[in-house]
Design a protein around this ligand. Structure first.
Ligand SMILES: *[C@@H]1O[C@H](CO)[C@@H](O)[C@H](O)[C@H]1NC(C)=O
Ligand SMILES: *[C@@H]1O[C@H](CO)[C@@H](O)[C@H](O)[C@H]1NC(C)=O
Ligand SMILES: *[C@@H]1O[C@H](CO)[C@@H](O)[C@H](O)[C@H]1NC(C)=O
Ligand SMILES: *[C@@H]1O[C@H](CO)[C@@H](O)[C@H](O)[C@H]1NC(C)=O
Ligand SMILES: *[C@@H]1O[C@H](CO)[C@@H](O)[C@H](O)[C@H]1NC(C)=O
Ligand SMILES: *[C@@H]1O[C@H](CO)[C@@H](O)[C@H](O)[C@H]1NC(C)=O
Length: 691
């Protein structure tokens, strides 16, 4: 009798332990036995499949084990060994483009969900939290998008992340076959993948193993020496986090087991639900379906012909539209979001169309909807350029394109809503608010890093071609973001830019552009230089109402610089509140970028390093010369002149003394402009472009 009771109680104890404590197994997630806390778009379907996201953009889905796991016996004790195994499928919207991925997550509470962001943040953190030690977050990411911002190695990798989305260690997705040969594995193939994650608390080792089949390979694909004790708290929540961005995938988990201090139970692969399983049909059914579909097809041909006549309004999807990334919105959705393109929702209007504020009915997200005017000849070309370029770019200093829509002549682009509108509205004429120097410097650094990403961080070189204050947008935290990619051009790295129609805005146009017709990264740098000066001086590059000597901003700054009075040009609205060293750096950089000789301008990579103070600015800056070339060949002579002048009359070394000083010596230029102006043909001092 007592023996029976003991047996019974130990059975109960074991059962409780199996279900409530640190050892559990889910062969599918059929309700009501399973009780995960789901949030966002996560749901469990009737077959017991846990679906974290579907093919819609910018979603997040989380599924956590409802009660915390005791990972330590005391707060500063060591973390127990643990192991987990799970089975997942990633089925992307477009076959080769995943978005964004899923992560096995260990977090101190369920609260991280509230502040997390979708897209490249994988629903784990937000931008300000990235890298903060107090997150106490451990994740193993299965990432299908390469985010340069977080240094991802490719668009198909596994990574171990601590408190950040920058992986401490990552590897391309692969597995070891039985004979220990490494085989590639495509995470976004849509096929079932099994993952094992193990932590050995004695050797402080995290292993991640992948396999396309249910037998566990003998070698992990990722093995990382790491002591989790400072990262884990005594009890932590475990589960899965997943997100989509511009590109979307459906992320599914089919089964999951977990155990501390031992190997996680082996999943019963036969009883797991299967995604493809739903589609299995009997042969008879298949034949019936084929016969029926032939009939249906014939019938629909007539219907379609009829419908085509009737509804010419229907969206026409062309091939390129399928290849580009961002999410396609329905016209009705955008119409509803902008209250029928109501005038009261208008945020602005430009040469190429109007921009409306909208609230997406489904997600309640605030967006800006740009409607490209029907009459605009540039319309379609611009539209395609925008989606194909910006759609694939991802950087915190770019305005993110969320999607698009096309209906007859109406072309619509949907962006993140930027509550603080564009930078020019804070700088010129009657500014809506005066930006402090700190804010201005932050905006400058943001734009520089966005532009650097365009030039060097993406798989192709992206030349923006229209950098100016009105194309720099400010987000809720007044971070600068580069927007309006309507004129952008893409080149392969190493390819020479081809000649095109010269576009851009007067005052930001590099002088060589009208002559060569080749937009290059250094013509973007020129425009960026102008932007720098504008931000410091709080005025437009060409100010009609200014006295003649101040008419052209760069010339005026240059004059004052030579006179040794750089602070005379600083925006009066700052009332003298600024960091003198930073102002000098920005002015000097503005002058360097505004150099008329394209080769002498710094690259964006250098600009970013100067701004971050990683390297000192060169001791001397070349004078920018007179004014823009007149585009009739005069400019050519001018450049040649400058070059020969430089080599004959001056020691070239001193003119280009890159990085000569790093000690904050802000010595002003010693090359006086006057002997040059004496020697220059007078025509070069007239600026026909500005008239
Ligand atoms: C995806 O999920 C969201 C939110 O649950 C829903 O609004 C949307 O209709 C779903 N999309 C598809 C294609 O099922
Ligand atoms: C599921 O978990 C929640 C929260 O942990 C709890 O309130 C609820 O009673 C649980 N339901 C079942 C059926 O176990
Ligand atoms: C990020 O999340 C934290 C809370 O965890 C919050 O205080 C902060 O404001 C969030 N930042 C942004 C930019 O949303
Ligand atoms: C890290 O997060 C904590 C708590 O959210 C916050 O107090 C702290 O300022 C953050 N540290 C950094 C460097 O952002
Ligand atoms: C790696 O992990 C540690 C915590 O153990 C963290 O402090 C560090 O910043 C991480 N390194 C990288 C490159 O992410
Ligand atoms: C982790 O992988 C290493 C080989 O890289 C292996 O020696 C070790 O036993 C593995 N640890 C666990 C817990 O599987």
């Amino acid at each position: 009798m007592p023996k029976k009771i003991t047996l019974l109680s130990s059975f109960i104890f074991l059962t409780i332990q199996a279900f409530c404590l640190d050892d559990f197994i889910f062969n599918g997630f059929k309700k009501p036995e399973t009780n995960l806390s789901l949030s966002g778009t996560a749901r469990i379907d009737k077959h017991g499949i846990l679906q974290l996201t579907n093919n819609t953009g910018r979603l997040m889905g989380h599924a956590l084990f409802p009660s915390p796991i005791q990972f330590k016996n005391s707060e500063d004790g060591p973390v127990k060994s643990f192991s987990t195994c799970f089975v997942f499928n990633i089925v992307p919207e477009y076959p080769r483009l995943g978005g964004h991925g899923l992560a096995f997550t260990v977090a101190p509470s369920q609260d991280f969900i509230k502040s997390a962001l979708p897209s490249q943040y994988l629903g784990l953190l937000n931008a300000t939290e990235v890298g903060n030690f107090s997150n106490h977050l451990f994740a193993v990411e299965f990432d299908t998008v390469q985010d340069f911002e977080f240094g991802d190695i490719n668009d198909n990798h596994v990574g171990i992340n601590i408190n950040s989305l920058v992986s401490n260690k990552s590897a391309k997705a692969a597995y070891f076959s039985d004979d220990l040969v490494q085989q590639d594995l495509n995470l976004k193939s849509g096929k079932t993948i099994v993952a094992w994650i193990e932590y050995d608390s004695i050797r402080n080792l995290v292993n991640v193993t992948l396999s396309p089949s249910f037998s566990k390979p003998r070698l992990p694909i990722l093995s990382y020496k790491l002591d989790l004790s400072p990262i884990f708290q005594k009890s932590m929540y475990i589960g899965f986090s997943s997100s989509t961005g511009l590109l979307a995938s459906s992320h599914y988990v089919l089964g999951w087991s977990f155990k501390t201090n031992g190997d996680a139970k082996v999943l019963n692969f036969k009883s797991l639900p299967s995604l493809s399983g739903h589609k299995k049909r009997s042969p008879v059914f298949k034949i019936l379906v084929s016969v029926l579909s032939v009939l249906v097809v014939l019938g629909s041909v007539f219907l379609v012909l009829y419908a085509l006549r009737k509804y010419k309004n229907r969206d026409i999807i062309e091939e390129w539209e399928l290849e580009v990334g961002p999410h396609r919105f329905s016209y009705q959705e955008l119409k509803k979001a902008t209250k029928g393109f109501k005038e009261s929702e208008l945020l602005g209007a430009g040469g190429f169309g109007k921009v409306y504020k909208g609230i997406l009915p489904s997600s309640k997200l605030e967006v800006a909807v740009k409607r490209i005017s029907n009459e605009s000849k540039q319309g379609l070309r611009e539209f395609v350029s925008e989606i194909t370029t910006i759609g694939k770019l991802r950087h915190r200093n770019l305005v993110q394109l969320q999607g698009w829509c096309r209906l007859r002549g109406d072309l619509l682009l949907v962006y993140d809503y930027m509550p603080n509108a564009s930078l020019d509205r804070f700088l010129f004429e009657k500014p809506i608010a005066v930006l402090s120097w700190e804010q201005r410097f932050n905006i400058i650094k943001g734009v520089a890093s966005g532009l650097f990403y365009l030039h060097e961080g993406y798989e192709q070189i992206v030349i923006h071609r229209d950098i100016k204050a009105s194309n720099v947008l400010l987000d809720g935290d007044l971070n600068g973001r580069v927007g309006d990619f309507g004129m952008a051009k893409l080149y392969e790295h190493g390819e020479n830019p081809t000649t095109t129609r010269v576009v851009g805005t007067l005052g930001y146009l590099a002088p060589e552009l009208p002559r060569t017709g080749r937009a290059t990264t250094s013509s973007d740098v020129f425009a960026f230089g102008t932007l720098l000066l504008e931000v410091v001086c709080g005025r437009r590059p060409i100010e009609n109402r200014a006295p003649p000597e101040e008419f052209v901003l760069v010339d005026w700054v240059w004059d004052k610089w030579i006179q040794g009075k750089p602070f005379d040009v600083v925006d009066k609205k700052l009332e003298g509140e600024f960091d003198e060293n930073e102002v000098v750096v920005v002015l000097k950089l503005g002058l360097m970028c505004s150099n008329h000789v394209a080769k002498s301008r710094p690259s964006m990579r250098q600009v970013v390093r100067y701004l971050e103070g990683e390297v000192g600015l060169p001791g001397m800056v070349r004078p920018p010369g007179g004014c823009y070339g007149d585009g009739k060949g005069g400019g050519e002579g001018f450049d040649d002149y400058i070059n020969s002048f430089a080599s004959s009359s001056f020691d070239k070394g001193s003119l280009y003394s890159e990085g000569a000083q790093a000690d904050g010596d802000l010595s002003f230029v010693s090359v006086s402009a006057s002997p040059m102006s004496l020697l220059l043909p007078p025509s070069l001092f007239m600026c026909p472009l500005w008239k």
